[in-house]
Design a binder for this molecule. Structure first.
Ligand SMILES: CC(C)(COP(=O)(O)OP(=O)(O)OC[C@H]1O[C@@H](n2cnc3c(N)ncnc32)[C@H](O)[C@@H]1OP(=O)(O)O)[C@@H](O)C(=O)NCCC(=O)NCCS
Length: 183
């Protein structure tokens, strides 16, 4: 699949594809048990785990033209977490976001995730984007709500009870869905 746009910008953030050199910086987020409390695989134990996660992301980018991207503050280039879209095993496309703990509470997650939703619908032409969120993950639920996602069905995801939040492509004026892809 051809490379699509390689950078997403918001007022305060830049998101770009992850590269192997990001492993140490992203381990600060992905190696933090508090950040990873609601992640099925748990916290990364070493920078090598994060390097493996990055390799997976690079393969995903090649296969689909999008992936989980690094989130950088525009003011100083600091990598503050990751956000993006990923195709699940069942074909649905999930939005994901994780920030370094010292960056929580600034609205960055909603800012980043909203940009991905817009990009997913307007450029990637997805019809539906989901987010599998554990009921106890109140911050994540609030982020999903803030970007306009709705609570869908309760289901089991990797053995864990979750609520499948979802957003759908905006309808066109004649009422038809504008999206042409159905992941
Ligand atoms: C989820 C996460 C990215 C949110 O980051 P953040 O910087 O706090 O997000 P935002 O500032 O954009 O918004 C958080 C919202 O949750 C609200 N919130 C914070 N703690 C809350 C709580 N305990 N209960 C309910 N809402 C809460 C905040 O007030 C804010 O809403 P507001 O803007 O209406 O006030 C961050 O907490 C994180 O990395 N968590 C670990 C990874 C994770 O769980 N990812 C999602 C997996 S589904």
């Amino acid at each position: 699949m051809p490379e699509r746009r390689l950078e997403l910008n918001t007022p305060r953030l830049t998101m770009r594809p992850i590269i192997p050199a990001d492993a140490v910086a992203l381990f600060e987020t992905l190696g933090d048990p508090h950040v990873m409390r609601f992640s099925v695989a748990g916290a990364h134990q070493s920078v090598a785990d994060t390097a493996g996660w990055i390799e997976h992301g690079i393969r995903h980018q090649s296969a689909h033209g999008f992936a989980m991207y690094a989130v950088l503050r525009r003011c100083d280039g600091d990598i503050v977490g990751q956000c993006g879209l990923e195709v699940l095993a069942d074909g649905r496309t999930e939005i994901g976001y994780r920030l370094r703990r010292d960056q929580w509470g600034r609205g960055y997650a909603a800012e980043a995730a909203k940009a991905w939703l817009d990009y997913g619908f307007s450029t990637l032409r997805l019809s539906r984007i989901v987010a599998m969120i554990e009921p106890g993950n109140r911050r994540s639920i609030r982020v999903a709500e803030k970007i306009g996602m709705q609570a869908g069905a309760s289901e089991t995801f990797h053995g864990i009870p979750v609520i499948a939040y979802f957003a759908e492509a905006p309808a066109t004026p004649d009422g038809a869905r504008s999206a042409i892809r159905t992941e």
